[in-house]
Design a protein around this ligand. Structure first.
Ligand code: NAG
Ligand code: NAG
Length: 200
């Protein structure tokens, strides 16, 4: 008997609370908050891998890759004697993550340039003017999320065109002032070795 009275009281209370304008407003504002909170799908950091850079002085071409096999193939190729291993440019995802785009690299045999981008329009334009597919150099964020840093894109605009990708503002500025490169914008957002040190 007592139990059913308490049950009835609780039911009545629940109806009153649900009907109260105060309660309804709170519900609505929570829903709005949930909607405006941008989802940040950072991806699996254990899928991060180094993006390496090699410079072929003979053809003035910077090449970026996540594959050791590409590096050894370039360095062991007797036809390309003047190669310089430049080390790790950034950390990128080796496999696709929910918030990433493929960082597609093309090569142009006429200019020897290696152009990498997440921008399909720019890639299609390069493919239409004689570039061919080289590889997908990992996956990067198109927006600055999860503590990532900008990957700057620079182009040496000439017959033997060349592209540089770097997370270093110093290297970017040096390429502009001393090497004649033109700054073209941010190619994507990646992790650098420093941002990883800071986050651990
Ligand atoms: C680079 O390495 C990948 C993985 O081994 C391979 O599939 C690709 O053909 C290589 N690209 C070139 C141009 O050597
Ligand atoms: C993609 O590339 C095209 C052609 O270069 C350019 O017009 C456009 O602004 C680029 N889009 C983004 C999002 O950067």
């Amino acid at each position: 008997m007592k139990t059913s009275v308490i049950f009835l009281l609780l039911t009545a209370l629940a109806v009153i609370i649900q009907g109260s304008p105060l309660f309804v407003r709170r519900e609505e504002s929570t829903a709005i908050d949930a909607r405006t909170e941008a989802p940040q799908t950072c991806g699996d950091v254990s899928d991060l891998t180094p993006l390496y850079s090699v410079y072929i002085a003979e053809t003035t071409a910077h090449i970026y890759t996540i594959y050791d096999q590409n590096i050894s193939a370039i360095i062991e190729d007797d036809d390309v004697p003047s190669t310089q291993f430049l080390g790790v440019t950034a950390l990128v995802f080796s496999i696709s993550q929910p918030s990433t785009l493929p960082f597609v690299c093309l090569r142009n045999s006429a200019s020897s340039a290696h152009f990498c981008s997440t921008n399909q329009t720019a890639l299609d334009a390069a493919l239409a003017t004689g570039s061919t597919s080289y590889m997908t150099a990992g996956y990067v964020y198109p927006e600055q999320i999860c503590g990532s840093v900008p990957l700057y894109q620079l182009q040496f605009i000439a017959t033997n065109s060349d592209y540089i990708y770097t997370t270093s503002a110093t290297e970017r500025d040096d390429a502009i002032t001393t090497k004649g490169f033109t700054y073209e914008g941010i190619a994507g957002y990646v992790y650098d070795l420093l941002s990883c040190e800071n986050s651990t």
